[in-house]
Design a protein around this ligand. Structure first.
Ligand code: UGA
Length: 427
C-alpha cells in the first residue's frame, strides 16, 4: 500500500489526537478518529474544535470530507490498519504514568495481525515491550510526538525529526508509518521501541533541565549584577549550546514537562537508579515559582490586604491550557500570604475559574490592574506589550510595581515612567 492511499486511525481526539488527525487529513489521507465522549464527537462532526490551538480549527474544517469522527472503535478498525494511540497518560500520585487509558484501548483491540498500534502518547520506557507480550499478534510501533502547544500544526508539518521505534516483528508496519511522514521531508530516525520511548522522555527532561539551569544562572546574576538575557544570548551563540530554551522566567509548566520529568525520575528510581540531576531540576522549578512572592514583598513588605494583579493564567501564550501553570501556584501562595488576587488572561480564565480558588477574574488587563498595589506578568501574551503602561496603567495602579516574570517588557522604559520594575535575573 502506498502512503498516499494509507488510511489512518486515530484513537483519542484530545490535543495530540486532533492535531495528528487533522494534519494527516490535510496530507490527503482518510482519517478515522475515535473519541469516547459523544458530545465532543458530535461537535467535531459539526466542524467545532473544542480546544484553542492556532490553525487547528481551519484545518479540521478544511479537511472535513476526509476526517471521520466516531465513538465506535469498530469504525476505526474497519477503516484503517495503522492505529495512532493518542490517549492521556496523566501522572499518578506516585509520579508514575497512569496507563489505564492505554489499557482500555488495548482491551478493545483484538489480536488482529492486520492492525498495528502506533503509540503517540508519552509512555514509560518498557511499555512497548509489555504491550507486545500482551498482544502478540498485534503490530506495535512507537512514534512519540514532539509537538509544542501553540505551534503544534506547524511542528507536525515541519518536524525537526520523526522517531519511529519497532521490533523486527513490526518492521513492516514501521515502514508504513515512516512512509506517512515522507512528505514532510524530515529526518526519520528508526530505533528499537525502548530507545524511541526514551528519546521522548529524555528530550523533555533535557529541555526542562536547560530551563532550570538558566533560571539558576538568572538567580545568581541578580546577586552578582549580570543580566541573564545578555548571558543567554552569549551562551546560545555557541552551536553546542544553542539559543533555544534559555529564556529565564518564573518556571516551566504545562501538561508535559512537569509530568515527564517526574515520570523519568520515577522510572529511574523504580529501576534502582537515583536520578540526582532531575531531582534538582524539579526543585529549582518549584522554588522559581515562589521567588516572585519575595520580589513583591521586597517592595510592599507584608502582603496582607494588598491587591495583586496576575497578568496571564495559561502556562504559556497561544494556548488556553492551565495544567501545571505557574499562575495557579502563585495565586494560591499570594492568597495564603493574605493578598487579594485578581487575574486576567485573554483566553484561559474560563478554564481556570475553579482552580484559582477565590481569586477575582477580571475581564481585561486594565480591570485587573485597576487599584493594584503590584502586578506580576506571568504569561507573555503579546497584548500585554500593547498596554499603555506609562499612561493609563500607571494612572490606574495604586502603586506602580511590576514583576515581569518573563522578561517580556522594556524595563528601562517602565522605570522611566515611574515603575518599580523587577525582571528575572537582570541584576
Ligand atoms: C513541550 C516540548 O517542548 C514539546 O517538544 C513536547 O512535544 C511537549 O512538551 C509534549 O511532551 O507534549 P509544551 O509543553 O507545549 O511542549 O511547551 P514548551 O513551549 O516546551 O514550554 C514549556 C514550558 O517551559 C512553558 O511553561 C514555558 O513558559 C517554559 N519555558 C520554555 C521557559 O520557561 N523558558 C524557555 O526558554 C522555554
Amino acid at each position: 500500500m502506498t502512503a498516499d492511499r494509507e488510511p489512518v486511525g486515530v484513537i483519542g481526539a484530545g490535543w495530540v489526537g486532533l492535531v495528528t488527525a487533522a494534519c494527516f487529513a490535510r496530507l490527503g489521507h482518510e482519517v478515522h478518529c475515535r473519541d469516547i465522549v459523544s458530545e465532543k464527537v458530535e461537535a467535531l462532526r459539526r466542524g467545532e474544535v473544542p480546544i484553542y490551538e492556532p490553525g487547528l480549527a481551519e484545518l479540521v474544517r478544511g479537511a472535513r470530507d476526509r476526517l471521520h469522527f466516531t465513538t465506535e472503535m469498530a469504525d476505526v478498525l474497519a477503516g484503517a490498519e495503522l492505529l495512532f494511540c493518542c490517549v492521556d497518560t496523566p501522572p499518578t500520585y506516585s509520579g508514575d504514568a497512569d496507563l489505564s487509558r492505554v489499557e482500555a484501548v488495548l482491551d478493545e483491540l483484538g489480536d488482529s495481525d492486520r492492525h498495528a498500534l502506533v503509540m503517540k502518547s508519552t509512555v514509560p520506557v518498557g511499555t512497548g515491550r509489555w504491550i507486545e507480550r500482551r498482544r502478540p499478534e498485534l503490530g506495535y510501533v512507537s512514534n512519540p510526538e514532539f509537538l509544542k502547544e501553540g505551534t503544534a500544526v506547524d511542528d507536525f508539518m515541519h518536524p525537526d525529526r520523526v522517531v519511529i521505534g519497532s521490533g523486527e516483528r513490526s518492521a513492516r508496519f514501521a515502514d508504513r508509518v515512516a512512509a506517512l511522514y515522507e512528505p514532510q521531508g524530515a529526518t526519520i530516525i528508526r530505533t528499537d521501541v525502548a530507545s524511541a520511548e526514551m528519546i521522548k522522555l529524555a528530550s523533555n527532561a533535557f529541555l526542562a533541565t536547560k530551563i532550570s539551569f538558566i533560571n539558576e544562572i538568572a538567580n545568581v546574576s541578580e546577586e552578582l549584577g549580570a543580566d541573564v538575557t545578555e548571558v543567554a544570548r552569549g551562551m546560545g551563540l555557541d552551536e553546542r549550546i544553542g539559543p533555544q530554551f534559555l529564556r529565564a522566567g518564573i518556571g516551566y509548566g504545562g501538561s508535559c514537562f512537569p509530568k515527564d520529568v517526574s515520570a523519568l525520575k520515577q522510572l529511574a528510581g523504580n529501576s534502582g537508579y537515583h536520578f540526582q540531576l532531575l531531582t534538582a531540576v524539579i526543585e529549582v522549578n518549584e522554588l522559581q515559582k515562589r521567588r516572585t512572592v519575595g520580589k513583591l514583598q521586597k517592595h510592599l513588605g507584608s502582603l496582607v490586604g494588598k491587591e495583586i494583579a496576575l497578568l496571564g493564567v495559561a502556562f504559556k501564550p497561544d494556548t488556553d491550557d492551565v495544567r501545571e501553570a505557574t499562575s495557579l501556584v502563585l495565586a494560591a501562595r499570594l492568597r495564603s500570604e493574605g493578598a487579594h488576587v485578581r487575574v486576567y488572561d485573554p483566553v484561559a480564565t474560563e478554564r481556570s475559574r475553579d482552580l484559582l480558588g477565590g481569586a477575582t477574574v477580571a475581564e481585561s488587563a486594565l480591570e485587573a490592574l485597576d487599584g493594584a498595589d503590584g502586578a506580576v506578568l506571568v504569561t507573555e501574551w503579546p497584548e500585554f506589550r500593547e498596554l499603555d503602561w506609562a499612561g493609563s496603567v500607571r494612572e490606574r495602579m495604586a502603586n506602580p510595581l511590576l514583576v515581569d516574570g518573563r522578561n517580556f517588557l522594556d524595563g528601562d522604559a517602565l522605570r522611566a515612567a515611574g515603575f518599580a520594575y523587577e525582571g528575572i535575573g537582570r541584576g
